[in-house]
Design a protein around this ligand. Structure first.
Ligand SMILES: *[C@@H]1O[C@H](CO)[C@@H](O)[C@H](O)[C@H]1NC(C)=O
Ligand SMILES: *[C@@H]1O[C@H](CO)[C@@H](O)[C@H](O)[C@H]1NC(C)=O
Ligand SMILES: *[C@@H]1O[C@H](CO)[C@@H](O)[C@H](O)[C@H]1NC(C)=O
Ligand SMILES: *[C@@H]1O[C@H](CO)[C@@H](O)[C@H](O)[C@H]1NC(C)=O
Ligand SMILES: *[C@@H]1O[C@H](CO)[C@@H](O)[C@H](O)[C@H]1NC(C)=O
Ligand SMILES: *[C@@H]1O[C@H](CO)[C@@H](O)[C@H](O)[C@H]1NC(C)=O
Ligand SMILES: *[C@@H]1O[C@H](CO)[C@@H](O)[C@H](O)[C@H]1NC(C)=O
Length: 461
């Protein structure tokens, strides 16, 4: 496989990625039937070769986004349903899943279910409005050639999904020292001073991050705004080509605290938690030589964050250049308040162009038998039961497997009755040290001799 070509692996079906877009972009329109290019130039593919679940159309208030017109939904049972995507190892990706309920099942019961990345719990999807999409994003370093996104554990309604999107980063964008142990789960990505309610994304952001406008008013989100907060903008280009490379369009607008302070309060979903939190600043006003803009960050109860004085123009090495101060690892509360305050020797108030906050999610290493089981399943590329994907044990085990309750579970039982397996025992199964039971048409291991039987048996290792 050429290493530049992103491929999507939906079980046994390989879809070549349609040409002429950013490398590493996959945009799946779940429940869709056709491929198309949307207004922004993103190329969407249907998930019509996916083996599980059913398609449904959303009726009523026509969404402007075609990808929200359909969903794929799954039974509310005890198993998991996984999409498996091919990725380049040692490369960072943004994984985005969206969920627009739209009363697809005509029951008006808002679903609630879990989402996981392989064995790692990602999010609990709670639909709170039928026609507002729930959007979740992760930033991660791909350590394996595939990654799986799974839904499971419905507590209300049926699990469903509207889109699954994969965006590849380049260089060291979002590098962290702990990236082999933690995923970054998006909590806030805000474009301050936005000129409209619209989010900024591809093609303004070549990585298709979604930068939310600060004009959108929501309960407990960007409230307690200080008096004297004004929007400013520039038409000059901004130098952004390093660190997280925020889009220029986001950096060309900002808020300034004309009365000396900027303050905000916002709820951070899933917090308190440890966070990766960075601000994106650039001086976009013409300051006369005798004027300065110097300020400090304030977080209630956290005097240590106020130590450094920020002078954007000086820190960035000039006007219209980005400066990205922030915290690699800061513990933040659910109700997060912060302020930027002019220092006493500064003539101008603070400036803020953009902000991103991610929660660190600890990677679950999954079953110790995951590789062995994946290898075993790969012997049966035609069989639906062998295509369940994800980890064999977590967050729910494959339907024909039982696992121990250990933090890194072992496979203890395999039920292959009626799966149509004949002939030799797949060699992988001899590598499962905790396997105590194999219910199958064949298999007794006795010393080196294999007896074929049609009874349920126990395996003595
Ligand atoms: C969804 O709508 C399309 C076109 O209107 C129709 O062809 C298709 O059968 C519908 N699918 C379902 C699952 O209702
Ligand atoms: C399933 O969801 C319920 C309710 O949201 C939660 O309490 C429970 O811990 C979840 N189970 C698993 C295995 O994650
Ligand atoms: C990363 O991607 C950006 C946006 O497409 C591009 O401008 C830049 O040259 C790339 N950098 C590297 C190191 O590939
Ligand atoms: C922007 O969104 C707010 C609510 O968040 C709404 O009150 C306002 O009318 C919207 N403005 C435009 C121009 O759509
Ligand atoms: C800003 O400060 C000035 C002078 O202190 C004051 O007159 C004005 O009312 C303040 N504006 C706001 C919006 O608080
Ligand atoms: C962040 O800091 C806390 C406390 O010092 C530590 O337990 C945690 O592992 C750190 N997280 C990361 C991602 O480095
Ligand atoms: C400005 O000066 C006042 C009193 O002199 C002091 O209390 C305050 O902390 C100073 N503010 C900043 C941001 O340095």
């Amino acid at each position: 496989m050429p290493n530049y070509a992103p491929w999507i692996l939906l079980h046994l079906f390989l879809f070549p990625f349609v040409a002429a877009q950013m490398p590493g972009f996959i945009s799946l329109d779940c429940g869709g039937v056709n491929s198309y290019t949307d207004d922004t130039g993103l190329q969407w593919s249907p998930d019509d070769k996916f083996l599980f679940g059913q398609r449904a159309n959303i009726s009523a208030p026509a969404s402007t986004n075609r990808q929200y017109a359909t969903v794929r939904y799954f039974p509310a049972d005890s198993r998991k349903y996984c999409y498996t995507l091919n990725v380049r190892t040692r490369t960072r990706y943004l994984v985005r899943a969206t969920f627009l309920y739209g009363n697809f099942d005509n029951s008006n019961v808002y679903p609630k279910f879990d989402l996981s990345l392989g064995p790692t719990p990602w999010s609990t999807i709670v639909v709170s409005d039928a026609y507002t999409p729930e959007i979740v994003e992760l930033v991660l370093l791909a350590s394996q050639p595939t990654l799986s996104v799974c839904v499971s554990n419905a507590s209300t309604g049926m699990p469903f999904i509207s889109t699954l999107e994969l965006r590849q980063f380049n260089g060291s964008v979002y590098y962290t020292q702990s990236e082999t142990r933690f995923l970054l789960s998006l909590a806030a990505r805000i474009n301050f001073g936005a000129e409209s309610n619209d989010s900024i994304r591809y093609p303004d952001d070549p990585f298709d991050r979604i930068w939310q406008s600060d004009s959108i008013k929501r309960a407990n989100y960007l409230v307690d705004v200080a008096p004297g907060t004004e929007k400013i903008s520039t038409t000059s280009p901004i130098y952004v080509g390093f660190d997280e490379m925020p889009p220029q369009k986001v950096m060309k607008t900002a808020v300034v605290g004309q009365n000396g302070t900027l303050t905000y309060r916002l709820d951070l979903e899933g917090f308190p938690a440890n966070a990766w939190a960075f601000s994106y600043l650039a001086e976009i006003e013409d300051l006369p030589p005798d004027e300065t803009r110097k300020f400090k960050l304030f977080i209630p109860g956290r005097p240590e964050v106020s130590k450094p004085t920020i002078d954007v123009q000086e820190n960035a090495g000039g006007k219209n250049r980005m400066y990205e101060p922030g915290f690699w690892n800061i513990s933040l509360p659910f109700v997060f308040s912060f302020g930027l305050r002019r220092t006493n020797d500064s003539s101008r108030g603070p400036i803020l162009n953009a902000l991103e906050i991610y929660k660190y999610l600890e990677i679950n290493l999954g079953s110790l038998d995951a590789i062995t089981m994946a290898s075993f399943a790969s012997n049966y590329p035609q069989a639906v039961w062998a295509q369940e994907g994800g980890d064999p044990c977590l967050p729910a085990s494959w339907t024909w497997v039982q696992c121990s309750a250990d933090p890194q579970p072992r496979v203890v039982s395999i039920m292959l009755s009626g799966k149509g397996i004949t002939g030799n025992i797949p060699s992988e199964l001899t590598k499962l040290p905790s396997l105590v039971e194999l219910c199958q048409v064949l298999l007794i291991f006795y010393r080196d001799v294999i007896f074929i039987t049609s009874e349920e048996t126990s395996m003595d290792m």
